[in-house]
Design a protein. Structure first.
Ligand code: M6R
Length: 601
């Protein structure tokens, strides 16, 4: 949801800014721009379109400067035009800003600034920021004070980096949107996310809300908004820069699907020792007081949470998965025996953070299940468990879904034992340990590509499942619609006959999921669709011969514990969506209108 980068050093900044923007492109790709300074004036180059368009625009310009800022945009205020592209300057060009987030009070600020003689050239909320800073400068404040005073006036969420004419300094701050400081030998970076600069440095400081970073070639200062010094740990990121490259693949999504045997192994490694669940800083007995679990999450993470809730039910634990965009404004009652689990790959999704904050204000305990160490969710929840899937760049979440479900399966076992709800199920732990090799078998299967081709001209794709198959059906449909732009919906198999069956025609493809539990019921639902002319692709255990005989096509997965079969089935669905999107020549890693990390409500 917009990516920002800043680079401060002694040599020319343009190349590293462009590398950073390319690495952040998954956060938005409506427009892009950079601004650089040599310590005197500021030069800006920006354009609508993707980073490639900016690269072409730069060829016609000679931008040089050792200090710079850059932005890749996911539009919120104003369409993706050149004028709305960041960086934005004040009306004199002395102050230049990149921003990720939303300034809620921008209209009031714009009216006030216009009354003071400032003119505006874009429709964005951001443009008030450089003008506010410039107004402070005009009133005689120092650049630092003008920056701080301007930020004090903002309401909303923001990560901001600013250049001010006449110095080689970047002024930056955040509130509700991520911002990381990267510390190289002679070069420093600020960015929305670590992959932006990971090939230049792995030493980072995760800035917290209201931290102000003032970064110069010779060093940096960190203070609170009121100027009081703050001390933040420098951490070394464990991710490797190669993890954030395509490594010969044509799409990140395909690379990330293929990585799942490894990423899932990392997720469970060291966590299933001797038939018990080890969760680092959360020792056995830690959840003894938990009476109910409430998951909050969005999109793919919500589907993982829905899957998790079903696993908790199987262990006798009360659990509900609620859309974070709903929970944040309509929470359910919580008490000191409630455990609220925020499931979020990025740890930065605004709706999920909103829900987490609502829960933090109650007596409930909160836990983040996330992929990103240092993310806002990890810092704001009482505890965090990391899914350890490695960086995921494709907008379509794939390997992180598998790893989220893996962690939730471990948590279900642990909480069952801690609360005496159930003695735990050793078969589930054994299956988890074996899953990487089964995942490999599914990833290697060529059958999905053939089916994507055979059924490419259908009018609609309906995904149906029951039990843990239902969230997987929802996830399969989300992935399919997200990257193919074709009509796809996920239903609980038993619900088909309560309405959606009216949509089924001979040109509908029903993708029916069989986990090995209650499959006979799903077969009835499949028959209802088949008798209306739909083609049915079944996906389920290789041992289910009765199911294979009842569908038009069958994709098999190794026969594993039914509670975990959904992870394997989902990988076929990821591949189905991927191949279907490839056949339609879609922008698989950057689907239209979407962004990887949605940091606005
Ligand atoms: O970072 P999060 O897991 O919180 O993101 C939540 C959703 O925005 C995300 O899962 C989205 O639905 C995916 N792009 C779908 O593939």
């Amino acid at each position: 949801m917009c990516g920002i980068i800043a680079r401060v050093g002694y040599t020319d900044a343009v190349n590293e800014l462009m590398v950073g923007l390319k690495n952040l492109e998954y956060r938005g790709y409506d427009s892009a721009g950079i601004a650089v300074t040599d310590g005197t004036q500021i030069d800006v180059c920006k354009t609508h379109g993707e980073i490639g368009a900016l690269r072409s625009a730069l060829k016609a310009r000679s931008l040089t400067g050792a200090v710079g800022i850059g932005h890749t945009r996911w539009s919120t205020h104003g369409p993706p035009t050149d004028a709305n592209a960041h960086p934005h300057t004040d009306d004199t060009g002395r102050v230049c800003v990149v921003h990720n987030g939303i300034i809620n009070n921008h209209e009031a600020l714009r009216t006030e600034l216009q009354a003071g003689g400032h003119t505006f050239t874009s429709e964005t909320d951001t443009e008030v920021v450089p003008n506010l800073i410039a107004a402070g400068l005009r009133e005689g404040r120092s650049p630092e004070d003008a920056f701080r005073d301007a930020i004090e006036r903002l309401e909303g969420s923001y990560a901001i980096a600013a250049l001010i004419e006449g110095s080689n300094t970047v002024y930056a701050t955040r509130n509700g949107s991520p911002l990381v400081l990267g510390l190289g030998e002679e070069t420093s970076f600020l960015a929305s996310d670590v992959p932006a600069f990971l090939e230049f440095t792995d030493r980072v400081i995760y800035l917290q809300d209201d931290d102000v970073a003032i970064v110069r070639p010779e060093g940096f200062e960190l203070t609170a908004l009121d100027g009081t010094p703050v001390d933040r740990d420098i951490r070394t990121v464990e991710w490797d820069a190669n993890d954030t490259s395509k490594a010969g693949y044509s799409h990140f999504m395909r690379k990330e699907i293929d990585e799942q045997p490894t990423s899932f192994r990392q997720t469970i490694e060291g966590r299933t020792a001797d038939g018990t669940v080890e969760l680092e800083s959360l020792p056995p007995g830690e959840f003894a007081d938990t009476r109910e679990v409430v998951f909050v999450a969005c999109g793919t993470s919500l589907h993982a949470a829905m899957y998790g809730a079903r696993l908790f039910h199987r262990r006798g634990i009360r659990a509900t998965a609620i859309r974070a965009s709903e929970f944040a404004h309509d929470p359910v009652p919580l008490d000191d025996r409630s455990l609220v689990i925020a499931v979020t790959q990025s740890g930065e999704t605004a709706d999920t953070l909103g829900s987490l904050r609502v829960a933090n204000e109650t007596d409930a305990r909160t836990l983040a299940v996330t992929n990103v160490v240092g993310s806002t969710a990890a810092r704001e929840a009482d505890d965090a468990i990391f899914i350890r899937a490695g960086p995921e760049i494709g907008v379509a979440a794939t390997k992180t879904f598998s790893s989220q479900v893996g962690v939730l399966a471990l948590l279900a076992e642990r909480i069952a034992v801690d609360t005496d709800a159930d003695p735990g199920n050793p078969a589930v732990l054994e299956t988890l340990a074996q899953l990487p090799e089964h995942i490999q078998a599914v990833v290697d299967s060529p059958a999905t590509a053939q089916l994507a081709e055979r059924y490419r001209h259908a009018d609609a794709y309906f995904f149906v499942g029951r039990g843990v198959g239902y969230p997987v059906a929802c996830e399969g449909a989300l992935k399919f619609k997200e990257i193919t732009y074709d009509h796809a919906e996920g239903f609980a198999a038993g619900e088909l006959k309560h309405g959606p069956l009216a949509l089924v025609t001979p040109n509908t493809v029903v993708i029916a999921l069989f986990t090995g539990r209650n499959d006979h019921l799903t077969l009835h639902n499949v028959e209802e669709a088949r008798s209306r002319g739909a083609s049915v692709i079944g996906i389920g255990p290789e041992s289910s011969t009765d199911v294979q005989a009842a569908v038009d096509e069958y994709l098999s997965v190794p026969s594993v514990h039914p509670e975990l079969a959904g992870i394997l089935i989902n990988i076929h669905l990821q591949l189905l969506a991927y191949h279907a999107a490839n056949l339609r020549n879609r922008a698989i890693d950057k689907p239209r209108n979407l962004a990887k990390s949605v940091t606005v409500e």
